[in-house]
Design a protein around this ligand. Structure first.
Ligand SMILES: Cc1cc2nc3c(=O)[nH]c(=O)nc-3n(C[C@H](O)[C@H](O)[C@H](O)COP(=O)(O)OP(=O)(O)OC[C@H]3O[C@@H](n4cnc5c(N)ncnc54)[C@H](O)[C@@H]3O)c2cc1C
Length: 500
């Protein structure tokens, strides 16, 4: 077994970059059995292992994946057309992927990647993506308002002050420059994104050795409970007579069926199912059934912990969430709004990758083993509360788990119709049926997935070009042109430059 250590010479850098490329290119395969137990799922939802007595043999729309994207797509399809036959196929238990294993932030800080997006899409395109991401939290609240009160209570959906603490001066200054560029183009946003320095850092934010802080509005929730709650409303057969949820039903392969009205055949261990439309909501695993994506979208494993705060640590989970920025890397924190104030803390990834020696099997890039911990990142995040907060001494890890994200080479999700070069199958038409993908949320899905599902439903029902202008369709499209531009080697090389 070989390992990777932090590169110190040009030659090391080239070998390191090449190894990352090879890891990212692997077939993600199907989700592995027996994943680590995320605290969100410690008490499984009553629908966790729900399936029909028999797999339906034909449907109009087969959605693969029951994360926030897949369930939002099903929800929005059925709000428009309650009689539509829709089935959601999930390899493991309901919402057991990234959505059920994440950090619980629904947070968009638009200036973080605005400059990069502006280079790719111009001011208008970049602004459109930012507005779309900023709209997610309101959209979650709007949906929750239409559902049982229980969903809102269980998911603990809340608005918080998003606190970004910086522990490295250069990184802080870089972010101030980025914020400045955003505000230059959108001056009306000035009062929304604040900067703090000096004594406020310790007094107001309780931080130790921070050099600066930026705040803005954000949200937090249990995405697992939210998505499972929505799913339970879809299983009301009086309202949605043709919806089914098939957990523990991995789609192993897709072939062209030969039928004109349902051109796709999906194979599972429980039998076959033919569908008019297939929607891939498999995020980090998308490259398995869409082999042409393996060079464009890769899985990345993330590490989470649940930590018990020491008695003196403030219980402010109903008011705040945090991101701690270092050179290199970052950690992210939400806190339970309940009096226990348990801390959900994840990250450690870049700190470990760029400063320690990691055995190749343990590197998180291209890694789908969420049945294992990410040992090196864990060492960083286990001590973050103690080291970074004045009242943090004595924080203890209660649980730890991993999850699989999906990253695209150009750092923007892929949402739209799948071209033949990606699936190897006939792309079809909206009339005959098509394959669609919504994946690659780059570790930021709570600020994308809910409204992406709405857009996907609109596109499938009304035609790709007829989705509302609120959705950045052209920027996110899974087009040949975009995929042709996305080069994995170049992306890794530019990543190496930014962290050098
Ligand atoms: C540790 C961690 C922390 C994160 N923290 C945050 C955060 O705080 N805020 C934020 O915005 N984002 C966060 N993210 C990212 C966010 O969780 C994802 O972007 C988002 O959940 C993606 O949702 P999804 O529905 O597209 O994918 P997923 O939730 O991953 O769902 C995809 C589903 O597809 C299923 N599947 C895959 N292949 C098949 C197949 N062949 N057949 C059937 N089913 C299949 C999987 O089992 C899975 O359930 C985090 C992710 C991780 C892993």
């Amino acid at each position: 077994m070989t390992g990777l250590g932090p590169p110190t010479t040009k030659l090391d850098t080239a070998t390191f970059a090449n190894s990352l490329v090879q890891l990212a290119r692997r077939d993600p395969g199907l989700p592995v059995p027996n994943p680590t137990v995320s605290s969100w799922q410690a008490e499984p939802h009553r629908l966790a292992n729900h399936q029909s007595p028999n797999l339906p043999s034909k449907v109009s729309i087969a959605i693969i994946g029951s994360g926030m994207t897949g369930i939002s797509t099903a929800y929005h399809l059925l709000q428009d057309s309650p009689d539509l036959s829709v089935t959601v196929l999930e390899a493991r238990s309901l919402t057991s992927g990234a959505t059920g294993r994440n950090g619980g932030h629904c947070k968009e800080v638009p200036y973080v990647d605005y400059a990069e997006l502006k280079t790719l899409f111009g001011k208008e395109g970049a602004g459109k993506i930012a507005r779309f991401r900023l709209a997610q939290l309101d959209a979650l609240f709007d949906t929750a308002a239409k559902l049982d009160r229980e969903v809102m209570e269980e998911s603990m959906l809340r608005r918080v002050e998003g606190v970004d603490l910086y522990f490295d001066r250069n990184i802080f200054q870089e972010m101030e420059t980025k914020r400045g560029s955003w505000l230059e183009d959108f001056p009306e946003e000035r009062d929304r994104w604040l900067v703090w320095e000096g004594e406020d850092l310790e007094e107001r934010f309780g931080a130790v050795n921070a050099v600066g802080c930026m705040t803005g509005s954000a949200g937090a929730l249990s995405p697992y409970r939210f998505v499972c709650g929505v799913t339970s409303t879809l299983l009301d057969h009086d309202k949605y007579p043709n919806f089914t949820l098939e957990t523990n039903t991995a789609v192993e392969s897709i072939t062209v069926s030969g039928s004109s009205d349902r051109p796709y055949e999906l194979s599972t261990a429980r039998g076959r199912i033919v569908a008019k439309h297939v929607i891939h909501c498999t995020n980090g695993y998308a490259g398995h059934l869409l082999p042409g994506l393996r060079d464009k979208l890769f899985p990345l494993r993330g590490q989470m912990t649940l930590q018990s705060p020491p008695p003196s640590f403030p219980r402010v989970g109903d008011k705040k969430s945090w991101i701690l920025h270092y050179a290199p890397g970052f950690d992210y924190i939400t806190q339970s709004p309940l009096p226990s104030g348990e801390i959900y803390l994840g990250g450690g990834l870049l700190q470990a990758l760029l400063t320690t020696h990691i055995e190749e099997d343990d590197i998180d890039i291209g890694n789908v083993r969420d049945d294992q911990q990410s040992e090196e990142p864990l060492k960083f995040i286990e001590r973050a509360i103690e080291e970074r907060f004045k009242d943090g001494k004595g924080a203890t890890v209660i649980n730890k788990w991993t999850g699989i994200m999906g990253f695209t080479v150009d750092a923007v999700p892929l949402v739209g119709k799948v071209p033949k070069s990606i699936s190897g199958r006939d792309p079809g038409t909206e009339q005959s049926g098509s394959e669609w993908v919504a994946a690659g949320f780059c570790g930021h899905g709570m600020a994308y997935c809910w409204l992406t599902g709405k857009a996907m439903a609109n596109m499938v029902l009304e035609g790709e070009e007829n989705v509302g202008d609120w959705f950045p369709r052209e920027q996110l499209a899974c087009s040949e042109e975009r995929l042709g531009r996305a080069n994995l080697e170049d992306a890794v090389a530019s990543f190496m430059q930014t962290v050098a």
